[in-house]
Design a protein around this ligand. Structure first.
Ligand SMILES: Cc1cc2nc3c(=O)[nH]c(=O)nc-3n(C[C@H](O)[C@H](O)[C@H](O)COP(=O)(O)OP(=O)(O)OC[C@H]3O[C@@H](n4cnc5c(N)ncnc54)[C@H](O)[C@@H]3O)c2cc1C
Length: 479
């Protein structure tokens, strides 16, 4: 029997904390006025989409048992819990804060399939046949979620608009066209839209051309994850919130320790994604990367009209690290990603990242110059988990191979992590879906620290420099 212990990560402050944010702010950039700085201090430690639920489920007290214990109540953990409960299993979910506190409550809400994948990162390692199945897994995950929204009656402002991977400068055209070619090869339905077609669709003029896929669209992640939570509670899943996993003892029956209780079950599922390395697992396979978002105040009817963009397709850019831009159902503009940050030692502190918010605001102004005075309503950050080959990391561990895990979503987990949770549940019940078998593979190892930090810092810095070159060209052309 092996005992694993670890320390709870940085405690989260589940409130809007402008005062604390102000203390931590690196201060205004030269030329930035007080209003501009205040804008970026609208930091939300919870992300932009969720509040602590009114019916917060009580923390675990005492000793309980079940068929399966799941740790983490994001898309993966809750989807697994729902499928297990549907199959008649007794399920316990332990969540450190509350459902949706992780990336599932902080993301940009793009429900996408294969379009955002970087095939080059994994094609060489897994071969073409396997790569096709992996792309199929991402593609199938979209209708899977669409079906679950209907099945559970989850209204999350889903707009099945399709998605566009757009170029903002002619130098990106070959990359976008190559994306369309690769999509066709791997079974992703998409078309190239030239400038006239982009304008005919009403896509804002900063986005010159793009790869359009009709699959997927955008949703409100907070409403989606809270809908899953409600459905799980309705299905009889016992969720303990405010209940961090502190340690577990492996064996035919796994014992899980929490601050005021314990749970035992023959199966444990770690649905902790970017936080998994802190549990002493996958520390050499995945790294957490901090991703940030800013959301503006709602656009006025006149601003919306001037923008066009009638179908509100979610747009991602063809940068090395994409920018994503969308208009929400609340008529706000949401801008995410653009920069990724790796915290030394695979830590995941729940802290603001003012440099990223500033970069995102610059991107918003560059792409939407007529909206440059639009105020920011909220800024937040969260963590994705990234494997060297950018593929999901799914498998089993423990002396009895009865500990299941899922991580490595690489920022494409709204659809994929939902479906992987469901598929892991099916495997726990004895039937492995073929697409889960296709995704399971040997993940290349990451370097130990401090080399890992150095390599990631260099790679992310290089990507930022190349993206900045493109952005400068665009600015020069419009000056
Ligand atoms: C800013 C941002 C934008 C993104 N945009 C998109 C997008 O548009 N489209 C897309 O497909 N993907 C996007 N992603 C990625 C996507 O959100 C994730 O892939 C997905 O939400 C991961 O779901 P999950 O359930 O695996 O993990 P999470 O949602 O992170 O859930 C893990 C849970 O485990 C809990 N936990 C951790 N440790 C413990 C412990 N010791 N004990 C108990 N509980 C614990 C955490 O509190 C958390 O709730 C984005 C991510 C971010 C951060």
């Amino acid at each position: 029997m092996t005992r694993r212990m670890f320390v709870k990560g940085a405690a989260a402050t589940a409130v809007v904390v402008p005062a604390i944010a102000a203390m931590q702010s690196p201060g205004a950039e030269p030329g930035e006025n007080a209003k501009e700085t205040a804008d970026l201090e609208k930091y939300r430690a919870l992300g932009g989409w969720v509040e602590k639920p009114d019916d917060l489920q009580p923390a675990l007290e005492g000793d309980v048992s079940s068929d399966v214990v799941i740790v983490g109540a994001g898309f993966a953990g809750l989807s697994a819990a729902l499928e297990l409960a549907r199959q008649g299993a007794k399920v316990i979910v332990l969540e450190r804060e509350f459902a949706g506190f992780g990336a599932s409550g902080r993301n940009a809400g793009y429900l996408g399939g294969g379009i955002a994948l970087e095939y080059d990162l994994f094609l060489k390692d897994v071969g073409k046949a396997r790569a096709k199945e992996i792309v199929r897994y991402y593609e199938d995950a979209v209708p899977f979620v669409e079906g679950k929204l209907k099945e559970h009656g989850i209204d999350c402002d889903y707009n099945p608009s399709g998605l566009i991977r757009a170029g903002i400068h002619p130098s990106q055209e070959e990359k976008v066209r190559e994306g369309v070619r690769a999509s066709a090869e791997f079974g992703v339905q998409s078309v190239f839209l030239d400038e006239a077609q982009m304008r005919a669709r009403g896509i804002p003029p900063a986005f010159l051309f793009g790869e359009y896929t009709p699959r997927g669209g955008t949703l409100h992640p907070g409403k989606y994850v809270m809908g899953l939570r409600r459905a799980a509670l309705r299905a009889g899943v016992k969720i303990y919130e405010n209940t961090p996993l502190l340690s577990y003892i492996e064996g035919p029956v796994i014992q899980v320790k929490t601050p005021r209780g314990s749970a035992s079950a023959p199966v444990l599922m770690l649905a902790t994604n970017a936080y998994t390395p802190q549990l002493g697992l996958l520390a050499d396979k995945v790294v957490p990367l901090r991703v940030s978002a800013i959301e503006t105040e709602p656009l006025s009817p006149a601003q919306l009209k001037s923008l066009g963009w009638a179908r509100r397709e979610g747009v991602m850019t063809a940068h090395w690290v994409m920018e994503s831009h969308r208009v929400t159902a609340q008529n706000t503009l949401l801008v995410t990603t653009k920069r990724l940050r790796y915290p030394y030692g695979s830590k995941t502190p729940n802290v603001p990242d003012y440099d990223q918010y500033r970069e995102l605001r610059t991107a918003m102004r560059d792409r939407f110059p007529t909206l440059k005075d639009l105020a920011v309503r909220a800024c937040w950050s969260g963590y994705i988990s990234f494997a060297n080959d950018a593929l999901p990391v799914v498998g089993t561990t423990g002396s009895n191979q009865n500990i299941f895990y899922s991580a490595g979503c690489s920022g494409h987990g709204v659809a994929a992590q939902s479906m992987v949770g469901h598929m892991i549940a099916q495997r726990i019940r004895g039937t492995e879906p073929p697409l889960l078998a296709a995704v399971r593979h040997e993940t290349p190892s990451t370097l130990p620290e401090p080399f890992r930090w150095c390599v990631l810092k260099g790679a992310l810095g290089g990507a930022a420099a190349m993206d900045d070159w493109v952005n400068r060209k665009v600015r020069d052309a419009s000056a």
